[in-house]
Design a protein. Structure first.
Ligand SMILES: [Zn+2]
Length: 140
């Protein structure tokens, strides 16, 4: 089996609703997202001969994800009081609403699915919340 890995990163704020501890407050991370793509075979012809795929193509897909979240406040649906949310939006803050709690684990699964739906043969998605802590998602 062959594997390639590429990564992108973004800076964004989040908080964990119903969490007792520091993470319940709004705080920022440099999120590092690392995708591993696999294939048993390499391309046989053309520009990508001898490759699973072009690194730049995988990097581009990760960059699209990263740009969606960069310099935003990420929050789980229904965790802000409606008037708080309204005020933040009215003041022009860039907000990204998610249907799930914004943990590294949930992001890992979410990004895995985004790439899979685009046709990438993802074997692993790793999301670093800090340089020392990461979560991974794999199927099988
Ligand atoms: Zn955090």
């Amino acid at each position: 089996m062959y594997f390639i890995k590429a990564e992108a990163s973004f800076d964004a704020a989040h908080f964990l609703h119903d969490y007792e501890g520091k993470c319940s407050n709004i705080h920022g991370h440099r999120w590092r997202i690392v995708a591993t793509v696999q294939n048993a075979f390499l391309q046989r012809n053309g520009q990508q001969k001898g490759m699973i795929m072009d690194f730049s193509e995988l990097k581009k897909a990760l960059k699209i994800i990263a740009e969606h979240y960069d310099h935003s406040l990420i929050y789980e649906k229904n965790t802000f009081k409606s008037d708080t949310l309204e005020c933040l939006k009215r003041d022009g803050f860039r907000m990204v609403e998610l249907p799930f709690r914004p943990t590294a684990e949930n992001f890992a699964r979410h990004f895995y699915m985004v790439l899979k739906e685009k046709g990438y043969r993802v074997s692993n998605m790793t999301v670093y919340e800090t340089p020392e802590n990461c979560a991974m998602y794999e199927e099988n």
